[in-house]
Design a protein around this ligand. Structure first.
Ligand code: PMV
Length: 328
């Protein structure tokens, strides 16, 4: 039996990956920078067994939906091709996300799956190769191979060999916090995959996104290296707003925000008026991630918890690398 157990932590982008130049290989239009977060992780066991008729994906103890099973089989096919094996696998995955929202869980899920499946088959990939592989499951998973602060280089090659993540700084380099305000989710939102495709194809504002993303990358990279929290927060917040502005120019237009998203943004702007440096970032959904320094985190948490429509608030710090583990 060929088996391995691996764990990877989710990450939240400070400069967003937004738009693909190749849908099949998952190659991005632009580079991105993220922080891997401590309390959100996925642990995955992969067991390859001869004679299994098909792969079986079990998520938190329940057989996964057919669409997720297919996506995982397509992903494992790449690994089977690399290792030259045919065996199907049982994949058991536990999502340790301290909220019902599953925030950023695909980043952790595909990084953990890439590591467990390759190790189970005796492929000892370098972190760079693991990042390229994880990228092909979910773009943001390329960054969850590393802990701390991470940049995904967009690359230029058609084969994707130069599109992978690199570590910028380890988790203990800089203790900043992401306080996540989980809001009541309204109707099912547009997936990141569909949302990006739509803005690339139809939004006149996508050109504006592209025009400034390189300078945002340089500013955030430098802010991390210099531990300059104000610059990091300002640029990350502006970058998130630009990403969300592209959705409003799409045909048809859409937004990931709910009313509560806007209320949380307002509360954070008020905090700054009250002298607390806090900034927002938002992924492809209504939840709001608030960046702050450790000395303000409890206060930020308490202030967000009382905004009407906020269901839950969770504080995260920088998290570790993806790794093999001995136990769940
Ligand atoms: O990796 P995906 O397909 O879930 O896309 C992630 C897209 C954003 O979360 C909006 C931005 C990012 O860089 O994580």
């Amino acid at each position: 039996m060929r088996e391995a157990l691996a764990r990877a932590h989710a990450n939240i982008a400070l400069v967003k990956y937004w738009g693909k130049r190749d849908e099949e290989r998952i190659l991005p239009m632009n580079g991105s920078i993220s922080m891997t977060v401590d309390p959100f992780y996925v642990t995955t066991a992969v067991t390859f067994e001869d004679g299994l008729p098909e792969d079986r994906l079990v998520l938190n103890g329940l057989d996964a939906a057919a669409v997720d099973q297919r996506r995982v089989t397509t992903f494992l096919d790449r690994i089977r091709a690399l290792a030259r094996v045919d065996a199907r696998a049982v994949i058991r995955s536990e999502n340790h996300v301290p909220t019902g929202a599953g925030l950023a869980s695909s980043s952790a899920a595909y990084a953990a799956l890439a590591m467990a499946a390759t190790r189970a088959l005796g492929l000892n990939l370098s972190p760079t190769d693991l990042s390229k592989l994880a990228r092909q499951g979910s773009g943001s998973a390329s960054r969850s191979v590393y802990g701390g602060f991470v940049e995904w280089l967009k690359g230029n090659r058609e084969d994707g060999e130069d599109s992978y993540a690199v570590p910028l700084a380890p988790p203990d380099y800089w203790d900043i916090r992401m306080v996540m305000a989980i809001v009541d989710s309204g109707p099912k939102s547009v997936s990141s995959r569909d949302g990006m495709r739509s803005v690339v194809e139809t939004s006149p504002f996508y050109a504006g996104w592209q025009a400034t993303v390189e300078s945002d990358l340089a500013a955030v990279r430098n802010a991390i290296l210099r531990r300059d929290f104000a610059v990091l927060g300002q640029v990350a917040e502006a970058n998130a707003f630009k990403m969300h502005a592209t959705t409003m120019g799409a045909v048809p237009p859409f937004t990931y925000w709910s009313g509560t998203t806007i209320e949380v943004i307002r509360r954070v702007q008020q905090m700054r008026g009250e002298g607390v440096p806090a900034y927002v970032t938002i992924d492809a959904g209504p939840h709001v991630v608030v960046l702050c320094e450790p000395q303000h985190a409890s206060w930020v948490e308490a202030s967000l918890a009382v905004v009407p429509g906020v269901k839950e608030v969770v504080q995260a710090g920088p998290g570790p690398d993806a790794r093999e583990v001995d136990a769940w």
